[in-house]
Unconditional design. Structure first.
Length: 384
């Protein structure tokens, strides 16, 4: 007789394997070019590797402080001050995290009590809604407009006395939309009379194009006073596998964040923190990123313009969304499966970012790839 396995009641009964895992596995199975999952296929700056190597060899291999290596927290505070004119205290306001996903979940755990409501703008990154469920909160989803811009009237209508937080993401994954100064000021005015906490997912902050400036929540005193501002070194410096991020928030919010952080992660890998601190002494890498990714965006868009895809605007991030109505009337997930198997290019269906699987006839490509990878994919896509 086989040993008995306990029967569990799932905390996330509606959740299965993520679309990113599914499409990456399908791409590998069929030898497709993977423009689905959002990670670069090129290396980071060798100087960053050298800085981490030097930290390892110097003995920085034991637990760092729970809040993060002081030099890295200071570097984060200095960067925010230089870019956004906001001064955060490195000791009381900055925490280093095990990537941005952990930071978002920890912020929610720190502030959401059972029954609290969290407003989420959809389509959205796939961790948001399960995170809220695991906290015992209630997600109030508000669709973005058809152009993926915020609908402030709808956000206001969703706000109740039980609203604990609002989660925003700019530059936006999956659409590549970037919030403007006017958007942020309208949000500030909307939240000003409330105690709603803002969770600002800004992991693509250095990928804003066409001369525009990233409008961080840190730039607006009213928003900064109520916000967890979340960033990702992995996204910024092409090292997504390192899983290192940061959170900037006022001391009172940070204190609650750290109470949770110390028990769900405690610390983040030490040599990477020291290496990043050294690397951040030179601001050139992140200042050069907009032009670097804009060149890839423009190359990819020029190639797609030769295909039957309809290009949607891309103002930031490293994602390009397209409509495929001229090619197929399939649901987007089926279209992505066909595209992977028969054409040899993997994409992500936009319905995967919608809580109700809403069909927009749109798929998402990632252009954070070597030019040779993009050109090979474009050759296949142009043949459709």
């Amino acid at each position: 007789m086989l040993p008995h396995t306990p029967v569990l009641q799932s905390r996330l009964p509606q959740v299965g394997t993520t679309i990113f895992t599914v499409m990456s596995a399908l791409a590998q199975q069929y030898g497709a070019i993977n423009l689905g999952q959002g990670f670069p296929d090129f290396s980071c700056d060798p100087a960053l590797i050298d800085a981490v190597d030097a930290a390892m060899r110097s003995g920085a291999n034991q637990y760092p402080p729970m809040t993060g290596v002081p030099a890295l927290r200071r570097a984060v505070a200095d960067k925010i001050a230089a870019l956004h004119g906001a001064r955060y205290d490195a000791d009381t306001d900055i925490t280093i995290t095990a990537g941005a996903t952990q930071a978002i979940f920890t912020a929610l755990l720190a502030i959401v009590h059972p029954g609290d409501e969290v407003i989420v703008l959809t389509p959205c990154y796939d961790s948001y809604l399960p995170n809220i469920t695991l906290c015992g909160g209630v997600a109030r989803t508000v669709p973005l407009r058809d152009d993926f811009r915020p609908d402030f009237a709808a956000i206001a209508a969703a706000m109740t006395r039980r609203t604990r937080a609002l989660l925003i993401n700019s530059p936006h994954n999956p659409s590549g939309t970037v919030w403007t100064d006017a958007d942020m000021r309208q949000l500030d005015a909307l939240l000003a009379p409330t105690d709603i906490v803002l969770i600002a997912d800004e992991v693509y902050e250095h990928m804003v194009f066409d001369g525009a400036q990233h409008q961080s929540a840190a730039r607006f005193p009213g928003l900064a006073a109520r916000a967890f501002v979340i960033s990702s070194f992995g996204k910024t410096f092409h090292v997504t596998g390192w899983k290192v991020g940061s959170v900037a928030a006022p001391a009172a919010l940070t204190a609650e964040f750290r109470k949770v952080h110390q028990f769900n992660v405690f610390t983040v890998n030490t040599p990477m923190q020291h290496g990043l601190a050294t690397y951040l002494a030179n601001p050139a890498p992140y200042r050069d990123l907009p032009a670097f990714y804009q060149a890839k965006r423009d190359r990819f868009r020029a190639g797609l313009a030769q295909s039957r895809f309809e290009l949607l605007p891309c103002s930031g991030s490293y994602f390009q969304c397209v409509r495929f109505a001229a090619i197929s009337d399939q649901p987007d997930a089926e279209f992505c499966r066909w595209l992977t198997q028969d054409v040899g290019v993997a994409a992500i269906p936009l319905s995967a970012f919608e809580p109700d699987g809403k069909q927009r006839g749109v798929v998402r490509f990632c252009f954070a790839k070597q030019n040779a990878t993009l050109d090979a994919a474009l050759e296949r896509l142009a043949a459709l």
